[in-house]
Design a protein around this ligand. Structure first.
Ligand SMILES: [Zn+2]
Length: 431
């Protein structure tokens, strides 16, 4: 694959950058406020590569340097039962998870696997350092699995509370290390610890929302919908914690608009959060570009009550140029807040009408769709894509495919650099 099929454009100053030959270029070095980079692809029209696996079918629009032999993808299908129930004539489900009858084989049961594949494929050849990934749970699990399959050295950090919900379906590779962060650490604490480690010589950061491969990997869900439906969907519904997947969907729909063959109207975004932790919903509903202020203690308290704990980033890329606020503004989007009860009811509805169990975050998304329909924000003939970001985990469990994962190392959220180095050195196999 040609190295030059993409460049990276700064969304603040507009400067164009070549990707780094070491690790990933994550930001512009211009003297200006933080802004995301966006990949700009040489091929302005969407090309389809039938021979490439999973999301790499759209590799011209992925910032990757190689194509893996194997990768699983998202599955798009037209809903019947749920569609009838909601009186929507064109409801499509982007299912990410395990559902063999539908051809869905993401065995960590989440769309985060899409980003893990594309991030791994973006790593420059010759990179010898260890990738650092921080996660509230699902992303970590996806990297444990995909990095094991592809023998990519990685250190995955998750809050201790997330560990019981982690599994793999393949053998963990010796260079794949799981660290649990203790001290009642939440996702943001974990990100902070990861930052300290990634600054060390032997490590490099994955970068979260700043990594264009992460975003565009998840954005392939929108490309799949456009390929299948022949046009940009009218509405896109997703639950968001950081909002990275939502930003990704917006960016891909913008590329499709520029392509010209899939329509020119924006894809309206409907993002959903889980009460009582709904900082982005609250900020958006007050038309605020700034995230509303909330004390750290209150934030932690609210996060501890979440039914869908992955929806819990305290410092999400909302205000940043190219972030959630811009995405919603550009598409005249909406945000919703749903309770645990509403999410659970939505989950039961999905099992009954469609046939798969859902991840709590996907239940939250469906509950949001139900609200959008009740508010008459979606016309009955409009083209709707519901991103089921995770499902099939109960099924996988019943089939006995899950292997529990045990942390290789435990860190405390107050650990300083010296303590972290000491703990890292204690792991066999680490350089
Ligand atoms: Zn810049």
């Amino acid at each position: 694959m040609s190295k030059s099929h993409y460049t990276l454009t700064c969304l603040h100053c507009g400067r164009s950058h070549e990707d780094s030959s070491s690790g990933f270029l994550l930001s512009c070095n211009g003297a200006h406020p933080a802004a995301l980079l966006r990949a700009r692809y040489a091929n302005r029209q969407l090309a389809i590569h039938d021979a490439h696996p999973g999301p790499f079918r759209y590799s011209d629009w992925l910032p990757v340097r190689r194509i893996p032999r194997e990768a699983h993808g998202s599955v798009l299908y037209q809903s019947r039962g749920l569609a009838r129930h909601l009186r929507l004539n064109n409801l499509f489900v982007a299912f990410n998870g395990y559902w063999p009858e539908k051809g869905a084989f993401l065995e960590t049961c989440s769309f985060k696997e899409l980003e893990a594949y594309s991030v791994c494929a973006r790593i420059p050849s010759g990179e010898r350092r260890t990738l650092v990934v921080t996660s509230a749970g699902n992303t970590g699990m996806a990297f444990l699995q995909v990095c094991s399959e592809n023998e990519v050295p990685v250190l995955v950090l998750v809050p201790e509370q997330a560990v019981p919900n982690l599994w793999m379906t393949v053998e963990k590779h010796p260079n794949v290390i799981l660290a649990a962060v203790t001290g009642e650490a939440d996702y943001f604490d974990t990100i902070e610890i990861g930052r300290r480690i990634a600054a060390m010589d032997e490590f490099y950061p994955e970068g979260g929302a700043q990594n264009v491969a992460r975003r565009d990997g998840m954005g392939t869900i929108v490309l799949q919908a456009a390929e299948r439906l022949g046009r940009i969907p009218d509405h896109y519904i997703q639950a968001i914690g950081s909002g990275t997947g939502g930003i990704a969907a917006w960016e891909m729909s913008s590329r499709l608009r520029a392509d010209g063959r899939f329509g020119s109207q924006p894809m309206q975004l409907h993002f959903v959060q889980n009460s009582p932790f709904t900082i982005m919903t609250d900020s958006w509903q007050r038309s605020s570009r700034r995230l509303l202020e909330m004390g750290e203690t209150e934030q932690r308290e609210r996060i501890s009550q979440l039914y869908a704990p992955v929806l819990s980033n305290r410092v999400p890329p909302y205000e940043v140029r190219g972030g959630v606020y811009d995405a919603l503004t550009d598409t005249h989007g909406h945000m919703y807040s749903v309770s645990e009860r509403e999410a659970r009811e939505a989950g039961e509805l999905f099992i009954r009408l469609e046939g798969s169990d859902l991840h709590p975050a996907a239940e939250v998304a469906l509950a949001g769709l139900i609200k959008a329909v009740a508010l008459n924000r979606i016309g009955k003939n409009e083209l709707v894509v519901l991103n089921i970001t995770g499902g099939g985990s109960a099924r996988l469990e019943r089939e006995g495919k899950k292997r529990a994962v045990v942390p290789d190392i435990v860190m405390h959220r107050d650990d300083g650099v010296e303590e972290l180095v000491g703990k890292l050195l204690s792991i066999n196999g680490m350089r």
